[in-house]
Design a protein around this ligand. Structure first.
Ligand code: OAD
Length: 259
């Protein structure tokens, strides 16, 4: 089994319930850093602190400044474009994204096809009471000491609708993942270290005959031993840049994308 073999399955109509599981590596080509690479976000202790609920509540202005630096003006990558095209062709059952940058929807993946497992930094909710109606428009961060983080009309800070460490995943994750994984006839995992659960656990739940493709700079999860395992019949590792793989995928499928 190879990338070409996977593409053949798609062309033959044997894979049309594709589930994609993506992580930060899918967005690094857009300029958003990942977490665990040497220059990743977690290499800086103060950023790590800021991206916790306590860190956000203690320094909301600093959080929003960092958030705007990370996400403002980012454009979808070829990976996002590939996902959008798979959706348009009726082949994408769902994308489970760990990213909070909103680039799947920006590329044109329909919202109902996206499970934002760790939420979205593009939406705001009241930190005191999630049911409060808030104006969820983009925050205009000003680089001035006088600028203060936005608040709900109840007085509590507005927070990003993201899953801080230790918080529950959105209900959509458990609502859809059982059936999606059961029906999945091709799993494509892109740009993730697969070190955060429960999302990483999806890989082990797909049916035994479902091929699993990893596109990543290095082997992670089950792919760490797949190449040397003589009994491996379904796991494919495409080691390299995510956008390089997306290019190859698109070319093999005969799809052209202006991007
Ligand atoms: P990580 O930073 O842990 O892993 C990213 C993976 O993508 C690494 O294996 C990189 O080598 C690889 N990578 C980066 N850029 C790439 C590129 N251009 N081409 C190919 N591979 C590339 O990010 P995630 O696995 O997404 O959670 O992290 C999962 C979760 O950890 C995040 O959603 C976040 C964090 O804690 C929360 O904040 C709740």
């Amino acid at each position: 089994m190879s990338l070409a073999g996977i593409v053949r399955r798609i062309k033959d109509g044997r894979s049309n319930q594709i589930v994609a599981l993506i992580g930060a590596g899918a967005s690094t080509a857009a300029g958003v850093p990942d977490f665990r690479s040497p220059m990743g976000l977690w290499s800086d202790a103060s950023t790590r602190e800021l991206f916790s609920l306590d860190g956000f509540l203690a320094k909301p202005e600093a959080f929003w400044q960092k958030s705007s630096e990370l996400f403002d003006g980012r454009q979808p990558t070829k990976v996002h474009a590939l996902l959008a095209r798979l959706a348009r062709e009726g082949l994408l059952r769902r994308v489970y994204t760990q990213n909070i940058d909103g680039l799947e929807a920006a590329a044109g993946v329909p919202q109902e096809k996206i499970i934002e497992c760790h939420g979205s930094a593009m939406r705001l909710v009241c930190s005191g009471n999630r049911s409060h109606a808030v104006d969820s428009g983009p925050i205009k961060v000003e680089r001035s000491d006088a600028w203060t983080a936005p608040r709900c009309s109840c007085g509590a800070l507005l927070r990003p609708d993201i899953v801080f460490f230790g918080e529950q995943l959105p209900v959509e994750f458990s609502r859809h993942s059982g059936e999606d994984i059961h029906e999945c006839d091709l799993l494509i995992v892109i740009g993730t270290a697969l070190s955060v659960y429960p999302v990483a656990g999806l890989v082990n739940r797909v049916p035994p005959l479902t091929p699993r493709l990893l596109i990543n700079r290095e082997a992670v999860g089950v792919w760490q031993s797949s190449e040397s395992n003589p009994e491996n019949y379904r796991d494919v590792l495409w080691k390299g840049e995510c956008d390089g793989a997306a290019d190859e995928f698109l070319k093999e499928l005969g799809w052209h994308i202006d991007n």
